[in-house]
Write a new protein. Structure first.
Length: 564
């Protein structure tokens, strides 16, 4: 490809609102342009990278035994109603209507569609298992689109769905997909962690995220220093040590307390005790029925809403309570009690940390008084108990042998166990088993964000001059630069080199511009990030100067010796 013919050229400066490196570089180097917020054009250079990623994903998926197919983009809304995800899918779901009044979801994921096509066949155990996938458009009305291709509202996902007679058979495919994903991400040049995570609104029991460690990642997860433990923050566990096991249990008292004591910091100052010695109450509301939940937790810990929703079986349904919500149960914002409110229907939840402290301060705070020497189990006990606390760096790992370290990562893909979640919700999602009985099938689903993967590669593979594409996904293998092409002798040599390389089947982007100074050509080449730079200039005589992107060393060799 001649640069003069290429559609989509480099620009020197990023736009003001661009904060992430991958966003800036993909824009400046001429790979992407935004249409409206969160919707992007892939320019020809971007499309080439994208297609190479797609090819790798397809090769590995096909090798795994999965079969490619395609589903319509518009999903009949009735399918989403069958699983209730037209509601629980929440704000991200987009819908459209046709001229006949039929309503459709613009799917953000396609479990219902794939169950629907599978149930049209009278499957028996002999037809199972199988795994079908597509490269399908996804629409998600994300609250905030950000970071270029990182979080968009419209994107192509590789989404796969597998169907099994039982859980044991499913587990084999889950391992198969885990290995397949590992090969895919390795081939596109990414280092990744496989992180057990929360399965959110997909249903099912467990899942793993493939996370690429990065400061701009939105997934937070924890690894133990000894490397034996890894988990997403929404499921990360830790071992709670007893805070004051030696202390004697004292009688509970209501004591006077200066009026300025309001926050946790005030408490610490006033009582000269660490945060872990205080009770903290956090209030949530069920978005659908308005029910209030008060969570009591040790003062040094935060509540993890995902863990709480899971414990209460209210995935995706809890909001932080507002001041009005708190007043509605007869309480005051900032003065919520750890027990009481008998006249109002409130559900209390206790974090396990309450069992690690003797003689808490707090629980019945009023303007000028509070309770001290409060002991969980003796002075109050909640109907629901469990681990709803957020893990933190430095906490003891669950086996007690190591410490947790926090990491941030970009989630490029994930694999989900779905069990019979969808087949139980959707009618006729069955097969005939070897005993002649009709049974609901077991499922898994497996997603890879292709655009996000592309952006992630840039995020972890660049320098201050531009992108450094790994060979496997680079838009071209060679960036041929002709310097001072106004000189007809150099022009001839450069043209010959271009002809020679392309005829050998090498993918070449040829900077054939005249009247552009060498410095600008080098800068563009570094920005675009093609693995090999091959220069033809006065200095290179009958040879060419070759240099690998990201390395300093260059050498002049005969073109015939050059190997990509
Ligand atoms: P996130 O937590 O980042 O919102 P998710 O859990 O919603 O991701 P999935 O529904 O599991 O993601 O989708 C599978 C893959 O699709 C993700 O691993 C990611 O690579 C990609 N993906 C999801 N949402 C987006 C988005 N808004 N923009 C780009 N890629 C996305
Ligand atoms: Mg999401």
């Amino acid at each position: 490809m001649r640069y003069t013919n290429l559609f989509g050229k480099t620009v020197r400066e990023p736009l003001k609102d661009m904060t992430q490196v991958s966003h800036k570089l993909l824009y400046q180097a001429g790979f992407i342009r935004e249409s409206t917020a969160g919707r992007y054009y892939l320019l020809p250079l971007g499309q080439r990278v994208f297609d190479k990623i797609v090819r790798i994903v397809e090769e590995e998926m096909d090798k795994s035994g999965a079969q490619k197919m395609s589903a319509p983009i518009l999903h009949p809304i009735e399918l989403w109603e069958e699983t209730n995800r037209d509601k629980s899918g929440g704000y991200e779901l987009m819908t459209v209507q046709d001229r006949r009044g039929a309503r459709f979801a613009l799917g953000g994921t396609a479990e219902e569609m794939f169950v629907d096509v599978v149930r049209r066949f009278q499957l028996t155990y002999k037809d199972m298992p199988f795994n079908v996938y597509q490269m399908g458009y996804k629409f998600r009305d994300e609250l905030r689109a950000r970071g270029g291709l990182m979080r968009v509202r419209e994107f192509i996902m590789k989404d796969a769905y597998s169907f099994h007679t039982d859980d044991q058979d499913f587990k084999k495919e889950y391992e198969n997909m885990r290995d397949t994903y590992s090969r895919i991400f390795t081939r596109v040049g990414l280092k990744f962690d496989i992180v057990p995570a929360d399965n959110g609104y997909f249903g099912g029991e467990y899942c793993h995220e493939f996370d690429v460690e990065s400061e701009v990642g939105e997934s937070k997860y924890f690894v133990s220093e000894d490397g034996s433990y890894i988990a997403h923050e929404d499921v990360a566990e830790f071992k709670l040590e007893d805070v004051n096991p030696e202390e004697e249990i004292k009688d509970m008292e209501i004591v006077e307390q200066p009026e300025w004591v309001r926050t946790m910091e005030d408490n610490i100052k006033n009582y000269n005790l660490p945060a872990e010695r205080f009770l903290k109450n956090v209030v949530y509301k069920n978005r659908v029925d308005g029910h209030i939940y008060i969570v009591t937790i040790r003062g040094d810990l935060q509540v993890n809403k995902n863990k709480l929703e899971k414990l209460l079986n209210l995935v995706g349904l809890l909001d932080d309570a507002t001041d009005e919500d708190i007043i509605s149960i007869g309480s005051k914002p900032g003065w919520v009690h750890s027990w009481g409110y008998g006249d109002h229907k409130v559900t209390f939840v206790a974090d396990n940390s309450l069992k690690t402290v003797k003689n808490f301060v707090g629980g019945q705070k009023e303007e000028k008084t509070d309770s001290i020497n409060v002991n969980y189990g003796r002075d109050f006990k909640h109907e629901i108990e469990g681990d709803v606390a957020l893990a933190q760096s430095g906490f003891t790992s669950p086996d007690g042998k190591s410490k947790l370290i926090e990491k941030k990562g970009i989630e490029v893909g994930n694999i989900f166990q779905l069990g019979q979640h969808y087949s139980k919700k959707m009618r006729d999602a069955v097969f005939v088993d070897s005993d002649g009985k009709s049974k609901e099938f077991f499922m898994g689903c497996y997603g890879i964000g292709l655009g996000r993967t592309m952006a992630t590669i840039v995020e972890v593979s660049h320098d201050d001059k531009g992108i450094i594409w790994p060979d496997a996904v680079a838009p071209y293998q060679v960036h041929l630069l002709g310097l001072n092409l106004e000189d007809s002798e150099i022009r001839n040599k450069a043209e010959q080199a271009y002809k020679y390389l392309t005829e050998k089947g090498v993918e070449v982007l040829y900077d054939d511009r005249e009247g552009i100074n060498p410095g600008s050509k080098f800068a563009d080449s570094d920005l675009i990030g093609i693995p090999w730079r091959v220069v033809v200039s006065k200095r290179t005589g009958d040879g060419v100067e070759i240099k690998k992107r990201g390395e300093e060393k260059s050498e002049i060799i005969e073109l015939a010796e050059f190997q990509v």
